[in-house]
Design a protein around this ligand. Structure first.
Ligand code: CS2
Length: 427
């Protein structure tokens, strides 16, 4: 099994990562481990969980070590990742998180806090009351930045690795709104000393199950509580705009570019758009996993049309970006029989995901007088899901159920003043 080829104890932590779930461990931490294997120094990761102590309980007794298993029809390979040094739990020890952000060795604070973690209110502005409460990324980053400023330390790169349209600009704007209210003296310093690059992050990482851990234990011979299982594919496109030093991620497969938008838009509207459609259409037809839904010929036809005829025309591709090849690759990835990716996991937080995954495409096509049969079927499947017996895991769950139950559910959800703000109007 491949293992870290560097002396883990000799490296300082250069990155604080907020939201250390399975995705981070199978994505950014792997690139960082690769960069350290390639000779980069002092890029250890201090992981932060804002609420739950689960990941800390899994990783800290293992000294931060865990395995990533890559699964495909051809088999599984395992690899040991050494980049994570330890995990802090903000709810238990808030000061430790602020101290880590304020440490002179820290240069990057990165985030996978999911769409809802950014605490945007209706219309997209920061929900200031929530942001000032705990646990909020803004509270910790704001206090950490204030401590750096007071100590005369340099600013930071704040690296959003979540599936939001324009994630870097969104984080910058929201952070700026928070600072204006909570640390008004820091605004100018933030503008000149800190950077928020955009990123496109891509790797399918289902939540690890007990069965996964048991299979890995059989293969490895030891129990790994922090194990994550993923696909072979991995992509990371990063806007090259950092406040200070960074790992040479471009030497280990990441793409550092001037403009992330074409990649990010394609990923959100084609991959994630198809994923959410697979989730609601698939659950409606009794499927449990992504590979089952994409093997259903009726659903597959809807997904192919969604990606190629509805989403792809809305994307201004970068030179060399082939959207039709991208759609083919996505169909193969969805069909991966070795990855049991639960549809119900993707169905979570629909209110936070659907605007950038479906509604931007729908609005774009509507402005040109075109209808989108697949996305409209997906919207109908979401409403059917909200009306079903499935548990609704969404910050707006109660209001969504109520809106979906109404006779004019489409209007209540997407009409003027509806629950979900967008430029698309149901016809
Ligand atoms: C999925 C994503 O859960 C979801 O909503 O669509 O997590 C998806 O697997 C990743 O974005 C793939 O990179």
């Amino acid at each position: 099994m491949r293992a870290p080829g560097y002396d883990r104890s000799a490296h300082a932590a250069g990155i604080v990562h907020i939201g250390i779930g399975a995705f981070h461990r199978a994505h950014q931490a792997v690139y960082t481990d690769d960069a350290m294997n390639a000779g980069d120094r002092d890029w250890g990761i201090i992981g932060v969980s804002l609420r739950s102590g689960d990941v800390a309980a899994q990783l800290n007794p293992q000294d931060g070590l865990y395995t990533v298993s890559r699964r495909s029809a051809a088999g599984t390979d395992l690899r040991l990742i050494g980049a994570v040094q330890r995990v802090l739990v903000a709810a238990d020890n808030p000061q430790s998180v602020i101290d880590a952000i304020a440490a002179p060795t820290t240069h990057i604070v990165s985030f996978t806090v999911t769409e809802k973690g950014y605490l945007r209110g209706p219309g997209g502005a920061l929900d200031l009351a929530a942001a000032k409460g705990l646990p909020s990324l803004y509270h910790f980053v704001g206090a950490g930045l204030a401590a750096r400023h007071a100590a005369g330390l340099p600013g930071l790169t704040l690296l959003s690795c979540d599936n939001l349209a324009g994630n870097g600009a969104v984080l910058r704007t929201l952070m700026r709104q928070y600072l204006a209210a909570a640390h008004p003296d820091l605004g100018d310093w933030f503008d000149t000393e800190c950077r928020c690059p955009a990123t496109m992050i891509d790797r399918i990482v289902p939540a690890t199950t007990d069965a996964d851990r048991a299979a890995i234990e059989t293969q490895l011979g030891v129990r790994d509580e922090g194990a994550v299982a993923t696909e072979g594919f991995s992509q990371w496109v990063i806007e090259d705009d950092f406040a200070g030093p960074r790992p040479r991620w471009e030497k280990v497969g990441a793409q550092l570019v001037a403009d992330v938008a074409p990649y990010e838009t394609a990923k959100l509207r084609m991959l994630n758009g198809a994923h959410s459609a697979l989730a609601y259409l698939g659950l409606g037809r009794g499927h449990e996993y992504v590979h089952q839904a994409i093997a259903d010929p009726d659903i597959r036809a809807v997904i192919e049309r969604l990606m190629l005829r509805e989403a792809a025309p809305t994307i201004a591709a970068a030179p060399g970006q082939d959207l039709s090849a991208y759609a083919d690759a996505l169909l193969d990835r969805f069909a991966n029989p070795a990855l049991d990716h639960r549809l119900i996991q993707i169905a979570m937080d629909g209110s936070q995901k659907i605007p950038q995954r479906w509604l931007e495409t729908l609005a774009w096509q509507q402005q040109r007088g075109a209808r989108c049969a697949s996305l409209e079927a997906a919207v109908a499947a979401w409403i059917a899901f909200l009306r079903s017996d499935h548990p609704i895991d969404d910050p707006l769950a109660g209001m969504l159920r109520e809106a979906a139950a109404a006779q004019d559910a489409l209007e209540c959800l997407f009409g003027d003043g509806g629950l979900i703000a967008s430029d698309w109007r149901p016809a």
